[in-house]
Design a binder for this molecule. Structure first.
Ligand code: URA
Length: 209
């Protein structure tokens, strides 16, 4: 079973509630998403390996601990995933970034890949897939499928909102991938939107409709 971590920190919950409001402007939605994703990055990177670094303080030599940000890859599922990236990069500026573009085939409802670009050396890297909404879970599962072919050291999935259906789908396909979310909502509607949700994350981030 995937580990599902719901990040219940009061700052996360507060910002999420403000984002859900239908009268939140695109500007404030984007700002809140940036702040929230920074807080989510804090949780997702909690178990990142540290390495020793010899340094000198003004008083003496010591061995400090540092993370190797270059080993980490944030993979954004286009396009809403991009709204998550900046906040994550704020705290891990050395991370690399990959992008996956997927659309839903209207006939089969399956995720079809139209773009895939990853940094080199994926087999030595830890991957964090970012997408604000884990709805049906089809895109998340397809994205993880594709990344697994590159044999990375680890994969995690981070979102803002998850539907039970999406968690179930991702779990069934990839039980080894831990999921981090700010909330698990009630259900999906017939159009694949999360209820109560926050609407179309991409439209709200980019001000499209
Ligand atoms: N994608 C969104 O942007 N919103 C949802 O509710 C579901 C999928």
């Amino acid at each position: 079973m995937n580990r599902v971590t719901v990040v219940t920190h009061p700052l996360v919950q507060h910002k999420l509630t403000l984002m859900r409001r239908k009268d939140a402007s695109s500007n404030s939605f984007r700002r809140l998403l940036g702040e929230l994703s920074t807080l989510m990055a804090y949780e997702v990177t909690r178990d990142m390996p540290l390495q020793d670094m010899p340094i000198e303080t003004p008083l003496e030599a010591m061995t400090g601990k540092v993370i190797d940000g270059k080993k980490l890859v944030f993979v954004s599922i286009l396009r809403a995933g991009n709204g998550f990236l900046d906040g994550m990069l704020n705290v891990v500026p050395g991370a690399r970034v990959g992008h996956v573009g997927l659309y839903r085939d209207p006939a089969t409802l399956q995720a079809v890949e139209y773009y895939f670009k990853m940094p080199s050396g994926m087999d030595a890297r830890d991957v964090v897939v970012v997408d604000p909404m884990l709805a049906t879970g089809n895109s998340a599962a397809a994205c993880v499928d594709r990344i697994k072919r590159l044999d990375p050291r680890s994969i995690k999935f981070v979102c803002l909102l998850a539907a039970p259906e999406g968690i179930h789908r991702l779990h069934k396909a990839h039980p080894d991938v831990p999921i981090f979310t700010a909330a698990i909502d009630r259900e999906l509607n017939d159009h694949g939107y999360i209820l109560p949700g926050l609407g179309d994350a991409g439209d709200r981030i980019f001000g499209t409709k």
